[in-house]
Design a protein around this ligand. Structure first.
Ligand code: E4P
Length: 218
């Protein structure tokens, strides 16, 4: 399973990239706004840190302007992935852009029918938002399971399921059990994957016992 980080904060991206476990980055207009930086600058900096796909979202909602913005974003770096909304114009743009060799991430997916349309439009990634579905009383993970099952039924569909709006390590584990290709995680959730109290406790004991031996490894 690939791990992307869902942030536009380059300090976090630098730190997480250094682990060697980071496969890509996703951003959205809210995350760009939080960073307080210009989208072109921040995406260029992220693309230089992480060689994998870096999603940059268009702000336009009509076909012509989505393509115009995508052209600007694609010029930044070859690993820019154009993020488009799951709308008729967004999917039309997805079809054009993917045929033109761009990576496309279709965002704001909340149903299996939408995911099927995105795959038919040639999306590189589909982003179902599990946390936001859970928030309104629907089972986000059930949607992931449905999409993975549907995509597996058709060899011609190559769209990767990118689990988005992830809120906890359990979301990640469930997504991996289902076989989702990618999860994009807020930095705090990505860091929390390392943690287990028994790991900390065990390490404390090992280090204390090691000290008693008076040995060094050299
Ligand atoms: C996906 O690419 C989105 O940026 C993101 O996962 C949205 O998550 P949120 O629901 O926590 O805002």
């Amino acid at each position: 399973m690939k791990f992307f980080v869902d942030t536009a904060e380059t300090k976090d991206i630098h730190e997480l990239a250094a682990t060697g476990l980071l496969d890509g980055v996703t951003t959205n207009p809210t995350l760009i706004a939080k960073s307080g930086r210009k989208i072109l600058d921040v995406i260029a900096e992220i693309c230089a840190i992480v060689p994998g796909p870096v999603s940059a979202e268009v702000a336009a909602t009509d076909y012509e302007n989505i393509l115009r913005e995508a052209k600007v974003l694609r010029r930044i770096a070859t690993n820019v992935t154009i993020k488009v909304p799951l709308t008729p114009d967004g999917l039309r743009a997805c079809k054009y852009l993917s045929s033109d060799g761009a990576m496309v991430n279709v965002t704001l997916c909340f149903s299996a029918a939408q995911a099927l349309l995105a795959a038919k439009a040639g999306a590189t990634f589909i982003s179902p938002f599990v946390g936001r579905l859970d928030d309104v009383g629907q089972d986000g993970m059930e949607l992931i399971s449905d999409i993975v099952t549907i995509y597996r039924n058709y060899e011609a569909l190559h769209t990767q399921v990118l689990v988005a709006s992830v809120r906890s390590p359990m979301h990640v584990i469930h997504a991996a059990k289902i076989g989702a290709h990618v999860a994009t995680l807020p930095p705090a959730v990505l860091r929390s994957l390392y943690a287990h109290p028994l790991t900390e406790k065990g390490l404390t004991t090992f280090l204390a016992d090691w000290q008693k031996t008076g040995q060094t490894i050299a």
